[in-house]
Design a protein around this ligand. Sequence first.
Ligand SMILES: *Cc1c(COP(=O)(O)O)cnc(C)c1O
Length: 431
Amino acid sequence: MKYYSTNKQSPIVDFKEATIKGQAPDKGLYFPETIPQVEKELIDNINNLSNEEIAFRVIKPYVGDTIPDEKLFQIVSETINFPIPLVKVNDTISSLELFHGPTLAFKDIGARFMSRCLGHFVNNDSRTVTVLVATSGDTGGAVANGFYDVDGVEVVILYPSGKVSPVQEKQLTTLGKNITALEVAGTFDDCQQLVKQAFTDKAITDKLFLTSANSINVARWLPQQFYYFFAYKQWADKNSPPVISVPSGNFGNICAGILAMKSGLPVNHFIAACNANDIVTEYLLSQELRPKQAVATLSNAMDVGNPSNFVRILEIFQQQFPELTSKLSSYSISDAETIATIKEVFDKYNYVLDPHGAVGYLSLQRYLQSHPAQKGMVLETAHPVKFPDAVENSIGSSIEIPESVQSIMSREKQSVLIKADYGEFKEYLIK
Ligand SMILES: *Cc1c(COP(=O)(O)O)cnc(C)c1O
């Protein structure tokens, strides 16, 4: 498999090079030259296949010969070694719980896969790789955890000061060793901008061997397809495929789902569930993509005003707007609606949603109201305990704190405070 840049001004590369580079030199995103089709037998026989086997078969064409099969199978197995259950909330809506990994969010899957691939690729390289990553909340913890103590890799995480939850902050600032957290006085978009600029700054790239671990990296993006297949495996009515609602920020997760569908996975429709950051919701109405300043919401991992991966979705649909809208709808949900949804779902069904899942749930409910013959699932992207204030205020009682969170909360935060200023960031990097 070869990858081209969505800006079409850079040479094509294989999976190894795309993983190491992260972003293409022309600032485009890498995209596979062809979308491989899964064998029909995989879909028909999915209930008899192990998750490891499914994941291996899905990812193999993308990886090609850059990782030996045995190693790839090991990487895949380690990536998904926790439960990913599809839980029934009521007769029409189920929840795909993606939060049973080490940092309690779906990003563990992409981060674990990518860190292992990168570790494999730099294994015989004398240079240290510096992974630069901007996080709106959950990426930082997942990446820090995935790369912690990996030889030859330094990780620098940028996060917006005061805009991540206490659990999220602890997850990305308490590891130490090869992980550094930069606390930026600004927004997530500021953090992302600083990272983007560093990649195009020759003074930095001459000195440091940089790569990104954001969802633009193919090794984080592509393995997110796995759990769409696992969800289908657990979906009871194979004759009537699900509507899938994906709480979306940078649009990597939903883009992986759409790719899985284009590869042959049965899906009825996708919902891009957004909070007040509604540029894709607006795009589907107006056909104009107008990036905005991100606004802070309760579902903070989705506070993105200029979603990087949306260009990949346009690429999948070959820029054909009618085809896109036949498969994708979007809703924008306010914080007040998010709170009300958490409360309602808890009161009616005794199921605790986190704010991101609640945005997904309400979006799905709205779609199903106008498509009553369908059933669907929401991707529950984070554990409610990561957002205790919003959740406990909504349900009126406290949620049980998992042991892994209790131990992390007592550790001391270590971060370096910087302004949202490129000069200051650069100085820090090449000090
Ligand atoms: C990152 C994140 C999202 C958004 O995912 P994208 O792939 O950026 O669209 C949604 N929910 C949670 C909990 C997240 O951490």
